[in-house]
Design a protein around this ligand. Sequence first.
Ligand SMILES: [Zn+2]
Length: 69
Amino acid sequence: MTATVRVCRACDEVITDPADAVVVAHELSNSGPGWDVWAHREHAADVEVIDPDLLRIMTRIWVAKTAAQ
Ligand SMILES: [Zn+2]
């Protein structure tokens, strides 16, 4: 077995229990086959909402609201 370290995308903690690790996404890479994105079982729901496009939109809205105050 390889010593792959799985880090939870939601909380950035290492997932020590393989039974607690779930794949929440697969990211593509320009230079390879890409990689799986892992999360703790209980954090998987939190990761799913972190979509890069959604995050960019939300950040824009947040910046606009902050600037308007
Ligand atoms: Zn976690």
